[in-house]
Structures are given as C-alpha cells and as structure tokens.
Design a protein around this ligand. Structure first.
Ligand SMILES: [Zn+2]
Length: 409
C-alpha cells in the first residue's frame, strides 16, 4: 500500500509493494492497465507514420467514504467472498473473488491460453537478503525478464478470517509454493498474512470490483525480487491474461541482480529508510543509500525536482513539442538521465516529444535516438512498442518530418 492510504484501517490492511517508479497518488492504481496508443502506421502501410501519443491512463476510480466503508464491510462479512476459485486449465492460481464478476472473468479468460512462463533469470542466495533474482543473460532496456501468473490474486484489504479461509481452500501445491516465500513480519501476525504483506504486489482493480485498496498478486518468482532505490526493473500487470510482467527499465548485464522499487521515487533518503524499516524490517544498502551525505542530499533534491516534472506530465501538462521549446525538453531529458531512479512514464512523454521535435527539424540521427528511447520506455509501461518501431525505422516518413506547423501542435 502506498503511504498515507488506509492508515485508519491498520488492522484490516494488507500491505503491498508499489512496484513502479512514479510518485505516489497516480501510478499504483493506474499502472496495471496502461495501454499504448498505437500509431496509424500499425494499421495502414501506405499512410504516413504518425508520431505516437504517450500511453494513456484509465480514469481513476474515485470512491466516496460511504463506498469505502461498504467495501470494507463486504470484505469483512460477505461469506461469498470466502469462495476461492482456481484458474483453468492448469489451476496454478487461486483467485479470491466474488462469484458474479468471477464467472465473467473466468469466461473471458477461457479464450486466453495460459501464458508461457518466460525465464531469463535464476533465483539464488544473496548474503543478508535471503534470496534474490539474477539475470541469466544480458537484457536490453524494455525487454522482458519474467512473465508469470500469480499464485494468489486477492483483495489487498482482508480480515485475518478471510485470509485464513483462502489458505484453507488452497490446493496443496499452491499452499506449498506460497509458504516457501519469505515472511518479514513479526510473529504476532498470522503467518500467511505476513507472507502476503511481505510479498504481495499491487495490481489495481479487477473487472467489476473497484475495491478500496485494489487487488494484489502473490508470485512464486517475481515476489522474490529485492528492493533497490536505483532499480533496474519494473513490474506491469496484464489484466487480459492475469499475468505479471517484469521488464528491464535499464539495460541489465548477465549475472546482475534484478531489482525494483517498493516505494515512490520521490521519497528522500530518510523517508525511504523509515518506510522500509517500518514495513519490511530491513535497512537498504543500495548504491544510492551508500552515497556520502552531501551526494545523498543532492540526490534527494533531484528526486524532488523530478517529482514536480512527473506531476506535471501525469496531469497532462506537457511542454510544447516545438523547436523553440527544445532547450527545455533537453534540460528535462538531462535531469532524467542523471536520475538515480528511472521514471519510465515520464520518459515516454519526454523522449516522445524530443523525437517529434527532431523529426520536425529533419534531424534523423537525433530523431532515431529519442524514438528508440520512447519505444523502449513504452515497452516497459505497456508491453508493446505503441507504434514507435515505425518511427525508429523511418523518421523521414513521419507526418511531421520537416514540418513547418510543428509549433502549433
Ligand atoms: Zn536504497
């Protein structure tokens, strides 16, 4: 759970990692269903290549206090919730869900073959961290590291009784896999509750279920990825296949540990450490946290600066994609490049604007460079290139190439 939410419901609250690099407030709910806006070139080979727009966020579910209380009551008292379903055909996932939307969801899933499990990693022991996930080959920016269906998909807001009901109804092979995961929580919390709190990853709302707190996924492998404040991977949720994906948000070398961030990118050093100690009972010793105090203060200040840019981008306040605005675009790109933590969504917008500007100026090399960056970051955010591959291949065929009208767009 992101900090600030759900504090009044501490005893009911199941914590989950925010996996992603955007500031709190938007991405936790929005990221799982981000979609790339395809360029026109994907549907017609004869028309000019259209510069893609950034991925779009679905509208956020705004729940009133009354709706929130009803949702809590439902989780607490609705006996139907205690039914657990297994996703066919391999029954590798427990889905804790209410009957009606569950049937609709399963009907939709029946048409989707189970995803092939991608594996470009291995799990091995890490001194001081238990185990970690390591790349078994070099992985390019935007490329897939892992694709996996969770062992359990369940609301993040559950009573201990509901959690126990899920455990009771689990097939043995799923229970064994869940209980093999680490539990960092104190023994006062029931063991499986602790496992979900330690390993659950926020995946947003499910169809027909805009729950307060959303849903979480508990993965056999992806949940073993350790935290870093300077992470190299990003998790995204694909609702159509009920599958989680891990993609490289930086190039990863063979043998390098794969990491993602359990918290918001804009948090300064002190707040990050307090959060990680409070929720996960460890002290982060990543490269950023080992910086000398002066460099650390500088990093905190850069994070604050980028949070402002990110906030503007997420609200749809963009700078103009025109030659006159080029210095500002390059200044923001330089900030992003120097940042110790990645901002994939901000990159989608900034690199996309730069590619568009350089197309308008007719500068092929720069246009390809920024279109490639936009393509990779769109892959990280959405799992698809969003139409950028066509721009990378032929920027001179875009509709804005050497365009005089760019200033007005
Ligand atoms: Zn750290």
């Amino acid at each position: 759970m992101r900090s600030g939410d759900g504090r009044n419901f501490e005893t009911l609250d199941v914590e989950a990692r925010i996996v992603g690099s955007e500031p709190s407030g938007l991405v936790a709910a929005a990221q799982p269903t981000l979609t790339a806006v395809p360029a026109a070139s994907e549907t017609s080979s004869s028309s000019p290549v259209v510069i893609p727009s950034p991925p779009t966020y679905p509208p956020e579910t705004a729940l009133s206090m009354e709706q929130r209380l009803k949702a809590i009551q439902r989780v607490s008292y609705d006996r139907n919730f205690r039914l657990c379903f297994f996703i066919p055909p391999d029954e590798s996932t427990v889905l804790a869900y209410w009957p009606d939307p569950q049937e609709r969801l399963l009907a939709r899933l029946a048409a989707v073959p189970p995803p092939a499990v991608e594996c470009r990693y291995e799990i091995r022991a890490v001194p001081g961290k238990g185990v970690g996930v390591f790349a078994t080959e070099a992985i390019a920016l935007g490329a897939l590291i892992a694709r996996e269906r969770p062992l359990v998909i369940a609301p993040l807001l559950m009573t201990p009784e509901s959690i126990e009901a899920i455990v009771r109804n689990m097939p043995q092979h799923i229970r064994d896999a869940c209980f093999a995961l680490h539990n960092c929580k104190p023994p006062s919390l029931p063991h499986f509750h602790g496992i979900i709190n330690t390993n659950g990853i926020h995946i947003g709302d499910m169809p027909g279920q805009s729950m307060y707190g959303g849903f979480g996924g508990l993965y056999k492998d992806i949940s073993r990825v350790n935290h870093s404040c300077s992470s190299n991977a990003s998790h995204r949720w694909d609702l159509d296949t009920l599958t989680g994906e891990l993609r490289a948000q930086r190039p990863i070398a063979a043998g390098e540990e794969v990491s993602f961030s359990y918290l918001s990118t804009d948090m300064p050093y002190g707040a990050r450490h307090a959060y990680l100690r409070d929720k996960y009972f460890f002290t982060c010793v990543c490269a950023v946290c080992r910086l000398p105090p002066a460099a650390r203060a500088q990093d905190d200040s850069a994070r604050k600066q980028l949070a402002t840019v990110s906030g503007m981008v997420q609200k749809g306040v963009y700078f103009d994609a025109c030659a006159a605005d080029l210095p500002r675009q390059l200044e923001i790109a330089a900030l992003l490049e120097a940042a110790t933590e990645e901002h994939p969504y901000v990159w989608c917008v900034v690199a996309g604007r730069l590619a568009r500007t350089y197309c308008a100026l007719g500068e092929r090399e720069h246009a390809v460079r920024w279109a490639s960056k936009a393509m990779a970051m769109t892959m990280v955010e959405t799992g698809a290139d969003g139409g950028w591959a066509a721009v990378v291949a032929a920027p001179e065929k875009t509709d804005v190439w050497l365009s005089q009208a760019i200033g007005s767009k």
